[in-house]
Design a protein around this ligand. Sequence first.
Ligand SMILES: *[C@@H]1O[C@H](CO)[C@@H](O)[C@H](O)[C@H]1NC(C)=O
Ligand SMILES: *[C@@H]1O[C@H](CO)[C@@H](O)[C@H](O)[C@H]1NC(C)=O
Ligand SMILES: *[C@@H]1O[C@H](CO)[C@@H](O)[C@H](O)[C@H]1NC(C)=O
Ligand SMILES: *[C@@H]1O[C@H](CO)[C@@H](O)[C@H](O)[C@H]1NC(C)=O
Ligand SMILES: *[C@@H]1O[C@H](CO)[C@@H](O)[C@H](O)[C@H]1NC(C)=O
Ligand SMILES: *[C@@H]1O[C@H](CO)[C@@H](O)[C@H](O)[C@H]1NC(C)=O
Ligand SMILES: *[C@@H]1O[C@H](CO)[C@@H](O)[C@H](O)[C@H]1NC(C)=O
Ligand SMILES: *[C@@H]1O[C@H](CO)[C@@H](O)[C@H](O)[C@H]1NC(C)=O
Ligand SMILES: CC(=O)N[C@H]1CO[C@H](CO)[C@@H](O)[C@@H]1O
Length: 719
Amino acid sequence: MLPFTSVSRESAPDTLLDLCFKYVVCHLDIICTTDPFTKDYRLKDGLALPSEICEKMLQIYQAGGHDVDDRIVGIFENLSMTRLRRVQLRNSSVTDDGLCILLSHKLIEIDLTNCANVTDGSLVHLNEHGENLLSLSIGAGVQLLPSTLLPEDHVQEGEIVTAYHKRGYILRTPNLRRLTIKNLSVHRERMYFPLLLQPLANLTYLDLSSCSDLGDLSYLCELKNLLSLILFNVQRLQECIDSLCTLTSLRHLDISQSSEKHGTFRNENLTLARLVENLPNLTSLDISGTNLAGTGVAEHSPNSKEHSDDSVPQTDIPGLSCRVGRPFEFLGLYGTRHEACRRHHIPAKLISGNANEEQILTAAAAYIDRTDILQQVLNDLYHLFRYEICHNMNNALSIVLEAMDRHVNEKHIQISGSATLFYIVKGKEKYAFSPPLKRLVVYTLLNGMNAHRDDDTMMRNGCLTLCQFRLPEDVLFDYERLVQILLHIVSEMEQEGFVQRIGIFLLNTLACQVDGVQKKLLGDLGAVSKMLSLIEDRLNRKVCDDVLEVAWSTMWNVTDETAINCQRFLDGRGMEYFLSCLSTFPEKEELLRNMMGLLGNVAEVKKLRPRLMTSHFVTVFATLLDSSSDGIEVSYNAAGVLSHMASDGPGAWTLSSPRREDVLQRMVAAIEHWDLNTERNINYRSFEPILYLARIYHTPECQHWAVWALANLTRVYRK
Ligand SMILES: *[C@@H]1O[C@H](CO)[C@@H](O)[C@H](O)[C@H]1NC(C)=O
Ligand SMILES: *[C@@H]1O[C@H](CO)[C@@H](O)[C@H](O)[C@H]1NC(C)=O
Ligand SMILES: *[C@@H]1O[C@H](CO)[C@@H](O)[C@H](O)[C@H]1NC(C)=O
Ligand SMILES: *[C@@H]1O[C@H](CO)[C@@H](O)[C@H](O)[C@H]1NC(C)=O
Ligand SMILES: *[C@@H]1O[C@H](CO)[C@@H](O)[C@H](O)[C@H]1NC(C)=O
Ligand SMILES: *[C@@H]1O[C@H](CO)[C@@H](O)[C@H](O)[C@H]1NC(C)=O
Ligand SMILES: *[C@@H]1O[C@H](CO)[C@@H](O)[C@H](O)[C@H]1NC(C)=O
Ligand SMILES: *[C@@H]1O[C@H](CO)[C@@H](O)[C@H](O)[C@H]1NC(C)=O
Ligand SMILES: CC(=O)N[C@H]1CO[C@H](CO)[C@@H](O)[C@@H]1O
């Protein structure tokens, strides 16, 4: 049995069935009612769901990032209307009550990873309903098993016979074939593991990774059917070698270690040779992180010198010489002392290590659940992409996505994973992404960025990778989350740091190209006020940098035909910042252009125009009519603002100074100066605001501006 996870990813579109599931899990009221008191979900009367649907629903619900809690489990309370056989809970907040409902289905398989609210109070339910259970997996940090068998007032295991010993078992799951228990520590109770394991005579697969106080393992010889034994990060294995040598039917043995200290064996060559010679049926062996592969120096026995026969096959791992003619299917050599994976004669078909691409990908798949090792493997993979070519892109991509997906909270996995994604996505000419795959990459990236919002490196990797996509099309499906992340970057990360600059650049790119609803959403999520804070900060420090310019540009874009955002600008003291920028940075053409573009949008909103009608503002706009900053750009926008203000008629011009007719005259003079062939760079979403002015018969000056704009546009962009 090889320790590989299948990580192949569908690139076909979602099936109709999957789409239905996704819809239902987001709209549970289709199939459920809610208990008015407990708020638990209940399946609606008259519905009955077979196990295929119940199981898939739970799976898709979790994959969508939802928490499977006791409320959701309520759906499965009525055993005659629902059926579950296999349940996998990852990072669920389900408690003993919820787990009791799940177990009452007499499951054949249950996998609990990261379920912090489960306690050993569930053991009684498990034992009550455990007769069908074939596979049980209890992840690290899941307290389903008691941490001691002793009654509370006994600190030491003596001759006392505990209740567990009297009844003769801890787990009553007589048919169990596969058992995984991670990181269980039982404080030196030497009877614990024998009592736990000996009654499970049908076990074929046993994983005790990181468990301590296992003793000498001699009790395992009772497990006559055992084929796979995983003792990753189990300490003091030296004392267990004799017992392991008696498990002659084993096909898969993993004694790998992540820390050098625990991976050091005495007489390493002989120890490995003994194991391998005693376990003739082994097809898969993992000795990663140990010294068992020796130093790699060929051993010469005194008499072999004379007949040094080149035709006799050899190995440079001394302990494996008996397997030279019968190579392993899999051999784990990742991080072995003296770099065993780089040796020339290794009797194995597949090897985990870091000597080449195949070894790295093999390692990543084999150690997908071992975060500390996986993190190193992902670094190896990153170096491969950075400095060499990767030949098996598909495989690499699905492994990186799987790793990031499983370990969202592991910062270093997210960082090296996203760095590798950058190179994969960057090479997209060589590698065609199907739309669902693209979506998966963006989704995975955003999960990582969301979980590590304050990490500079993660955010930089994420932003740089996102820049490789088509914006906004490729990210629209998760637009809101992306905007929230970007707003967090621009407002919370280091001022003028690289990440802030790339974040605001991305935000502006999005704002520039999305349509009305999404522009409004940008404002709803705080874009206008965040931009105004950035501007305030630059004004206080009297710094005009690209962040300042892009902040105005972003506001220009989000106010385009979006009245509510224009109002947010005015309410947030935007005009004050406009005047300050104008006087603090009078030379900055780009800045002025962006600010006037924005004011053009504000002036298009009829109900906001009275707020612009102050002597001070109008004088400034009129002065800008004569500006030659940035070609005619500033002058043109100033005229646009004034035209809109004039379009409300003389009655709306509440100022005595400057007078309406003077301003209009000055405006016409400016228009007459403009060159109709000036190349301008402007995006009109629609001609609506211009056509509106063209219909203002009471003030021909407004029509003048509008007609000039249309003439220029049609001249320059004929089509
Ligand atoms: C399960 O549902 C059926 C049909 O709605 C109902 O008759 C039965 O009482 C329910 N059982 C329980 C335990 O609620
Ligand atoms: C577990 O879920 C909680 C929210 O339900 C989330 O905050 C946390 O990041 C998740 N942990 C992991 C390891 O996915
Ligand atoms: C689960 O445990 C956490 C603390 O570990 C606690 O805050 C939370 O309330 C618990 N949830 C339930 C449903 O008991
Ligand atoms: C494993 O158990 C030890 C204590 O025995 C604990 O400190 C550690 O956090 C646990 N690891 C995980 C991944 O839960
Ligand atoms: C092991 O499984 C067999 C059926 O495959 C069953 O007959 C036997 O009772 C099981 N062993 C134990 C100890 O229950
Ligand atoms: C090794 O495997 C063979 C074939 O599967 C089997 O007949 C034999 O009993 C096994 N050897 C041991 C020691 O279990
Ligand atoms: C194991 O074999 C290596 C040769 O690969 C040799 O250098 C080393 O001394 C041997 N170790 C022991 C403990 O015999
Ligand atoms: C005039 O037309 C050119 C060409 O389309 C265009 O680039 C420029 O922006 C226009 N100028 C104005 C003021 O609209
Ligand atoms: C629609 C819109 O207003 N687009 C503007 C967004 O901002 C850029 C400046 O960065 C302008 O060039 C666009 O015209």
